[in-house]
Design a protein around this ligand. Structure first.
Ligand code: FE2
Length: 424
């Protein structure tokens, strides 16, 4: 064996197991494996998980905070205006540099797979070229999946459909869309039809920004489910944001959820962004704006949590920490039950891995030895502490390490340090 990790807890509840690794793959998982290895790592009863996965991000805008100015109001509308001001000044090298820096942060956070939307409305396709280069550069340590995203509307923006097809021909992986941003409801529905037919024809996955609105009548998710079903795209289609579902009539949702389930459509909520950008036209009470996560899950629909933005025109915070995303999602969706809290951990690990179609993902024999050792005993403690990533491993090689969290105390008659872990 190349590596054996001893005495690890796994996200599925297995305690104190050993994980053996050879040639970049997991070859055995079990208690007290009688094996010799070149390298032994003592997990000390901490949580060992497959890497974090972000199902929804915008890597072309990330870390552009302050360019050309900051979003003073912190609103969606000023963010959109800012992105418009920034676009003419973007250079390919600056895009690459910022995205690579974000990928460094991601690796340090144990985030080793990201589905990123890339705006294709600029005829130069500068961002597409830049992110394809980033995808190539980071491939040894991080999986990037790109979505051709017509930010200004595939029907509303001139050349957007042509540009989207050019981007796919250049190597972008997934067909995007933004039906609620088209000029009318009818054009939104038409955009869903056109894009789904194109994806079906090309054998591609679909991931649309869908109903990112507080308008309860924004019902493009219904059309997305209908087209997925009609075209046989089951398991290949994702609706991102779906925030209007928060405001929809309960009776309508009771019809919608089974339609989504029948069509095999997955959902991505973006808790950090949805809670800050939605409900801005409300006085009080103010709506939360995140989609109905527990109800989608109860209907058998996979739900992942995405980071969406980090230090860009729309969001001034964020650092690639999917545990921060899970923490916010848990609170906003009131997913405080024991199973629900563990589901929030799955929403940033195994669920998005399945949505992206990642191969060899997991902590089981045959999977890639892509692993993260957390300074926490279980998924709930990991979320509570946004636990330090003691070790991040890719294909059996350690690519990042962080110290465990602790603070030194100088108090009479009290311990000399605390680490915020119960019973340790
Ligand atoms: Fe987004």
């Amino acid at each position: 064996m190349d590596v054996v990790i001893r005495n690890a807890n796994l996200p599925d509840g297995q305690l104190g197991v050993d994980v053996a690794i050879e040639h970049g793959r997991i070859v055995a998982v079990g208690s007290q494996l009688p094996l010799q290895a070149a390298q032994e790592i003592d997990a000390g009863g901490d949580l060992l998980t497959a890497p974090f996965v972000d199902a929804h991000f915008h890597m072309d805008a990330t870390l552009s905070y302050g360019l050309p100015r900051v979003n003073a109001s912190g609103t969606l509308l000023e963010g959109i205006a800012l992105w418009g001001e920034l676009k003419p000044h973007l250079t390919q090298q600056a895009l690459i540099d910022r995205a690579l820096q974000y990928c460094d942060w991601a690796v340090a956070r144990g985030l080793l797979a990201i589905r990123s939307h890339v705006d294709i409305c600029d005829d130069r396709l500068l961002a597409v070229e830049a992110l394809l280069e980033v995808k190539r550069l980071v491939a040894p340590y991080l999986d990037v999946q790109l979505v051709a995203f017509p930010q200004d509307g595939v029907l509303r923006a001139p050349n957007a459909l042509i540009n989207l097809k050019r981007a796919i021909a250049m190597g972008v992986d997934v067909v995007g869309g933004i039906p609620h941003f088209e000029r009318t409801m009818a054009e939104g529905a038409e955009s869903v039809r056109i894009l789904c037919e194109y994806a079906a024809d090309q054998g591609l996955m679909v991931d649309m920004h869908c109903d990112e609105s507080d308008d309860p009548m924004s019902r493009h998710i219904e059309t997305l489910a209908y087209q997925s079903n009609r075209l046989g795209l089951h398991g290949r289609v994702t609706g991102s944001h779906l925030t209007s579902m928060h405001s929809m009539d309960n009776y309508y949702v009771s019809k919608l959820l089974p339609l989504m389930r029948e069509a095999g459509v997955a959902a991505v909520a973006n808790p950090l962004i949805n809670i800050t950008l939605q409900g801005r036209h409300d006085t009080y009470p103010k709506r939360r704006g995140m989609t109905r996560v527990p109800e989608l899950l109860a209907a058998g629909i996979p739900v992942a949590f995405g980071h969406d933005c980090a230090m860009d025109p729309w969001y001034s915070l964020g650092s690639g920490d999917m545990l921060e995303v899970a923490h916010m999602g848990l609170h906003v969706a009131q997913m405080t039950g024991q199973d629900a809290m563990r589901e929030c951990f799955r929403a940033v690990t195994s669920t998005p891995a399945a949505i992206l179609g990642l191969q060899g993902y997991g902590v089981a024999p045959g999977c890639h030895a892509d692993l993260v050792l957390l300074d926490a005993a279980d998924p709930v403690e990991a979320i509570r502490l946004r636990a330090a990533r003691r070790m991040v491993m890719r294909r059996g090689q350690i690519i990042a390490e962080s110290p465990c969290a602790h603070a030194r105390l100088a108090l009479p008659g009290r311990p000399g340090q605390v680490n915020f872990r119960l019973g340790r």
